[in-house]
Design a protein around this ligand. Sequence first.
Ligand SMILES: *[C@@H]1O[C@H](CO)[C@@H](O)[C@H](O)[C@H]1NC(C)=O
Length: 259
Amino acid sequence: MVKLSISALLLCATNLVAGHGYLKSIVVNGQTYMAWQVGQDDYVTPTPERYARKLADNGPVPDFTTKDITCGRGGNIPAARSIELKAGDKVEFVWDQWNSAHSGPVFTYIAQCTNNDCKTFKGDTGNVWVKIDQLAYNPSANPPWASDFLRERGAKWSVVVPPGLAPGEYLLRHEVLGLHVAGTRMGAQFYPSCTHIRVTQGGSTKLPSGIALPGSYNPDDKDGILVELWRINQGQVNYTAPGGPVWSGAAPNANRPGP
Ligand SMILES: *[C@@H]1O[C@H](CO)[C@@H](O)[C@H](O)[C@H]1NC(C)=O
């Protein structure tokens, strides 16, 4: 029993190593909304009311073919609150830190919650995730990789809620993909999170069909997931991020022009 607890503790410590990161807060129209505070909120009673779904730790999803990929490892428990905003508003995701050399792309997807009720929506089945933001590898940019750009921006990333989007409740699924050990099958490190938003004013635009998560991240995708970073960095192979192209209804990238 005692031995088990000690190894559990060691596992936790391993997962909290420096270099990893998690979504700490979300800034919209000058107001800061707290995400789940990893390593703190689990110990607070009553449970703090947050705007993003619980994450168990600051590490990557252990197996990206499972339902942990939908909103991160943490049980995909609906958040207590939703951020109220308008279509076209800018959302800034603030990570606790991103000091790692985990080069790779950064994405944001959106899904409409069934019946506009995110409290009962998991998002783990069906083609519900629509990509609205992506930066990957741009050899003529400095730094070329999006996640390194995230680090240089102070671990902050912005996305614009699609202009004209119909009012309702949605999840914003923001994600970093670390490719530093992606040359090993299942080595790609995904760091997703899900933020609840309620679009109070917008247009009539409905989301198209998107991708399924889990389901769309293929461990054998040699263009975007099972890749050797150094080969891309040396220009030996081209990189194509997983999850398909950005939806044409999305706003221009709010961080820098692509790819
Ligand atoms: C990568 O893509 C560019 C532009 O399409 C192309 O010119 C180049 O040959 C490709 N490189 C490789 C290694 O496939």
